[in-house]
Design a protein around this ligand. Structure first.
Ligand code: ADP
Length: 320
């Protein structure tokens, strides 16, 4: 393979730039050409494609977001649009594409593969919600951002002896909530994977805390749980404690990536190029038992995760 393309798609995640940088530098190391594709699959459809050199990725490693830009493309779900995208890619001499994104982007990549364009997927999403991999690029940065914000909220919550509900991102996954909640010593963590009981999981914890003269109650809630406003009203009414709601929102998607995200992205970016070079195509790279591995894209996307996280059990034991 002499020329490869690289794109970022779906929700942006800190570390995507580090992955693109590793793709470009590794490809150039092996004498391959690299074409950057702007705005994910949109750029592939409309030919927003440019040649990238080693210098084009200088000063990007430490930047959040994605300098290749990202987008969502509803039309890419149509077969004739994917066929057109493959034609465009071939017109630009692209023989294989590295797709950096979440599971939606990987489904698009699978369609590309089925239309004859070899692909490699790199998991980039703050949500850490793709079951075939233990880790996705951007997760550690997002958890650290949430942790810093929650620490700050705790100061004011404590001073006013309040309860504070903090809603974190994660779509249908409780991964960010669990890690950020454990890292900040939250009194309760609510995730969509495990139904909660108001009396047992919240009221009891607040009442036990009151007995121990606790001055604050931090409840971290994953966005997939929903109903945060109603929960705040209920706590205020039933437990008699002033309750505020904070939704952290998009700040969790931005910021300079942590060392873990930079290093993981660099390793995955480089591996993606090596796989294409070796002719091992239509695979997605992930982490399994703390080691990097790759798996066929169709097989990988079929993996389901029904196991509640060990962190959920840990949180129950130590969050009092
Ligand atoms: P993420 O990759 O972060 O999960 P999305 O789910 O928004 O983000 O997907 C990004 C893009 O991938 C979509 O805009 C669309 O172009 C493509 N895509 C998503 N789901 C599918 C699917 N089921 N089939 C084909 N393409 C898809």
């Amino acid at each position: 393979m002499k020329t490869i393309g690289v794109l970022t798609s779906g929700g942006d995640a800190p570390g995507m730039n580090a992955a693109v940088r590793a793709v470009v530098r590794t490809a150039r190391y092996y004498g391959m050409k690299v074409k950057g594709i702007r705005r994910g699959y949109k750029g592939l459809i409309y030919g927003d494609i440019f040649e990238m050199e080693t210098g084009d990725v200088s000063n990007t490693l430490q930047r959040g977001g994605t300098f290749l830009l990202t987008a969502r493309s509803a039309e890419f779900k149509e077969k004739d649009v994917v066929e057109q995208a493959v034609k465009t890619a071939k017109y630009f001499g692209i023989e294989g594409i590295v797709v950096i994104g979440g599971d939606g982007s990987f489904r698009g990549a699978k369609d590309l593969a089925e239309q004859g364009m070899p692909v490699i997927g790199i998991p980039g999403t703050i949500d850490n919600d793709i079951p075939y991999t233990e880790y996705t690029i951007g997760f550690d940065t997002a958890v650290n951002t949430a942790m810093e914000a929650i620490d700050k909220i705790r100061d004011t919550t404590s001073s006013h002896e309040r309860c504070n509900i903090i809603q974190v991102m994660g779509r249908n996954s409780g991964a960010i909530a669990l890690s950020a909640g454990i890292a900040t010593g939250a009194e309760a963590i609510l995730v969509p994977e495990i139904p909660y009981d108001f009396e047992e999981d919240i009221l009891r914890s607040i009442n036990l805390g009151k007995v121990r003269n606790k001055t604050h109650f931090i409840i971290v809630v994953a966005e997939g749980v929903g109903g945060c406003e109603e929960l705040a009203t209920k706590i205020q009414e039933v437990a008699g404690i002033e309750t505020k709601l904070n939704t952290l929102g998009y700040l969790q998607r931005g910021g300079s990536p942590t060392a873990q995200d930079r290093v993981t992205a660099s390793k995955m970016g480089s591996r993606a190029v090596e796989l294409l070079r070796e002719g091992k195509t239509n695979r997605i790279i992930g982490i399994k038992n703390n080691d990097m591995y790759d798996i066929d894209i169709t097989e990988g996307l079929e993996i389901k995760n029904n196991e509640p996280s060990d962190l959920a059990r840990l949180a129950k034991i130590i969050s009092i």
